[in-house]
Design a protein around this ligand. Structure first.
Ligand SMILES: [Zn+2]
Length: 671
């Protein structure tokens, strides 16, 4: 959304824009999916590329080119890029020990291996990145790594790879980001970059022992492919080439001319690749410009839970359009209004309904409808000739002319929520003007005044048609049809543009007296409670299915019985009843609570990994089962003296093994 808004706005400023994207098709997840479904990776990417491309089109995402990394032009471009760096001696060639799955007979990197993040302790970090803390990793950094293919612990095996020595680019990155972009980059982006650079960067392998990807274009690397995050960002260049060839343009100035402003619109999990790795590659190549800005967003959750396509916790665009036909702009509007620009944010269906009904219908739609209906009723759709402006007319027109600058200022600082809120303020201005001037009353008493008021209101409607285009392109187009003005610069009528962004400030009038407008059409319609309930039920259903699936896998994964032990072995365990008397979260550890437990013998500290299932407040006062004689050990500097016994339910939530019988005192032993 932010990228599309920005591209559309730049086009309205008559800037030369290449809005480029594509499907990243060499990810390891694709090969895993193909394996699971018994098809080839190419079949997987063909299917999803089609679906994704169509969804973008349906929502009016105005890409100049949407390519894919399995395209020939991309294979060629990425190969040439690697070859240039190789020939220029930019890589370090090294035989190292890499993780190897003996059962699957395959090296493990990237998404083929999970383990504990050495930086934040997240237990499901991938071999190339921890999605929890964003740190970029090498597979060998993971603590307790496990193969995603076999579930086994991998062994080390020697193999030769080519590394981009990121450590040699630290000074370049420091100058470029930490000094030159200190002021203009978003704090969330700048902060992440600073933390990685301050920690020190290490060489990063750009080749892999895999069979899905772009073959490394040198003879001695036969059988190896380029690391997906080496080839994927080069995809922006390939996509530009594909577009330029089609348009009969030269692609190079878009990537090599200093006057080009290169921007990457991404999510926070991609910051490291777009701010550290790709720019280092570009610098190594030597002929390319660097991104001017990377205004990354944080994450958007759905009804309080992380969006997950694999768990179907998502709003699928094609399903949305079946349920809300022709209401693309409602979703666009709500997504921008809630964009996670500075912190993670939540999409809820209740908010979706409220924003549609209370903002789009009640403010924007209501204003336009009144203007159009009254113009039709009083003047048969002809823009009336105004009389002399009153003070309030002057003031209103003056205020209107400020909006292009106000919205521009927000957009140029990548504050899309703020920009869209300002757009809505234009409709508010219009509503207030009509409510104050009451043309439906003056029509009976003062013909001249009514004409002037309707003329001013039509100018406001016209400004809305122009300035809403980046945010609500479908609405803008309908409104332009209603006002009988030619459509925007993104459709086939590029050369018929009548008014554009800056005309709202610079022209004295956007619609001339005598111009005939068309009849009113409905821009937005009320969304009913039943529609929202249907969406919530869909999600509820998903949740139930996921729980069922979990149960199935859980029962399939019931641990087999362990080796037989003697009674004496059991009596060594001192298990007894206790009560949690205090609890607090361990700072900077997502999973750990520091508990004070009354064991009947003493009140002791136990550090427990239950914080993802319980808050500190929830567990205080809880009766629990404690393994009291477990050797003490330090966790994050706090000594834990024992262990609380837990089990897990089908959802993966931890559950206390608790002695709930009345009258059992702390200290009672379990045997
Ligand atoms: Zn981490």
């Amino acid at each position: 959304m932010p990228a599309d808004i920005y591209a559309r706005y730049q086009r309205l400023q008559n800037k030369d824009v290449a809005f480029i994207c594509g499907s990243d098709e060499h990810g390891v997840a694709i090969t895993l999916k193909a394996k699971k479904e018994g098809v080839t990776p190419q079949e997987v990417v063909d299917k999803y590329h089609g679906i994704i491309k169509k969804s973008f089109e349906d929502f009016g995402i105005s890409f100049d080119n949407y390519s894919r990394t399995s395209a020939t032009i991309h294979h060629e471009t990425a190969s040439e890029f690697f070859k240039k760096l190789y020939d220029d001696g930019k890589f370090v060639e090294e035989i190292t020990e890499q993780l190897y799955d003996e059962e699957a007979q395959q090296f493990l990197a990237d998404r083929f291996v999970v383990g504990t993040c050495p930086k934040c302790g997240h237990e499901e970090a991938y071999g190339d990145q921890c999605e929890k803390c964003g740190t970029s990793l090498n597979a060998t950094d993971l603590i307790d790594p496990k193969s995603v293919i076999s579930g086994k612990t991998p062994v080390f095996k020697e193999t030769k790879h080519w590394f981009l020595p990121l450590n040699e680019y630290e000074d370049f990155l420091k100058d470029w980001i930490l000094i030159n972009h200190k002021k203009d980059w978003k704090t969330n982006v700048y902060g992440q970059c600073k933390s990685w650079i301050d920690d020190g960067l290490r060489p990063r392998a750009v080749t892999r022992d895999l069979d899905w990807g772009i073959p490394v274009p040198i003879e001695i690397a036969k059988g190896k492919v380029l690391y997906v995050w080496f080839d994927a960002p080069i995809g922006y260049i390939s996509s530009t080439k594909e577009w330029a060839a089609r348009e009969g343009k030269d692609w190079e100035p878009y990537w090599k001319d200093e006057s080009t402003k290169l921007l990457h619109f991404i999510g926070k999990d991609n910051i490291v690749f777009h701010c550290i790795i790709f720019p280092s590659m570009l610098a190594a190549e030597g002929n390319y410009i660097l991104p001017n800005n990377v205004p990354a967003n944080e994450f958007l959750n759905l009804e309080g839970n992380k969006i997950s396509t694999s768990k179907n916790w998502a709003v699928w665009l094609h399903e949305y359009l079946e349920d809300f036909p022709n209401q693309q702009d409602v979703l666009r509007y709500v997504l921008t209004a809630n964009a996670p620009e500075t912190k993670d944010n939540d999409f809820t269906w209740a908010d979706f309904q409220a924003r549609n009904n209370n903002e789009l219908v009640a403010i924007f739609g209501n204003f336009i409808n009144r203007v159009m209906v009254l113009t039709d009723k009083y003047y048969e759709g002809i823009v009336p000739q105004p009389a002399a402006f009153s003070d309030i007319d002057e003031k209103t027109m003056k205020e209107l002319k400020v909006y292009p600058d106000v919205i521009t200022s927000s957009l140029e600082r990548y504050r899309f929520r703020e920009a869209q809120a300002e757009l809505m303020n234009i409709a508010r201005l219009g509503n207030k003007y009509l409510a104050d001037e009451e043309p439906w009353k003056t029509i009976k008493t003062d013909e001249k005044r009514t004409k002037t008021v309707m003329y001013v209101a039509l100018q406001i409607a016209s400004a809305l048609a122009i300035l809403s285009e980046p945010f609500l392109p479908f609405t803008s187009s309908t409104l332009k049809n209603m006002l009988n003005v030619s459509s925007n610069g993104t459709d086939a009528n590029r050369d018929r543009i009548e008014n554009t962004w800056n005309d709202v400030s610079s022209k004295s009038e956007l619609l001339k007296p005598g111009h005939k407008v068309n009849k009113a059409e409905l821009l937005f319609s009320k969304i009913e409670d039943e529609q929202i309930e249907a969406q919530l039920n869909k999600l509820k259903q998903t949740k139930m299915e996921n729980t069922e699936n979990n149960k199935e896998t859980a029962s399939a994964e019931i641990a087999s019985q362990k080796e037989t032990i003697q009674y004496d072995d059991f009596t060594k365990l001192d298990i007894r009843v206790g009560t949690i008397v205090e609890a607090e979260k361990m700072p900077k550890a997502d999973k750990l609570l520091v508990l004070k437990v009354d064991t009947g013998i003493d009140v002791r500290t136990i550090v427990s990994g239950i914080a993802e299932s319980f808050t500190a407040e929830e567990v205080i006062g809880k009766k629990v089962t404690v393994l009291a004689n477990l050797a003490p050990r330090k966790l994050r500097g706090v000594e834990s003296q024992g262990m609380i016994l837990m089990t897990e339910n089908g959802d993966g939530k931890l559950v206390f093994v608790n002695p709930d019988a009345e009258g059992v005192d702390n200290g009672s032993t379990i045997n």
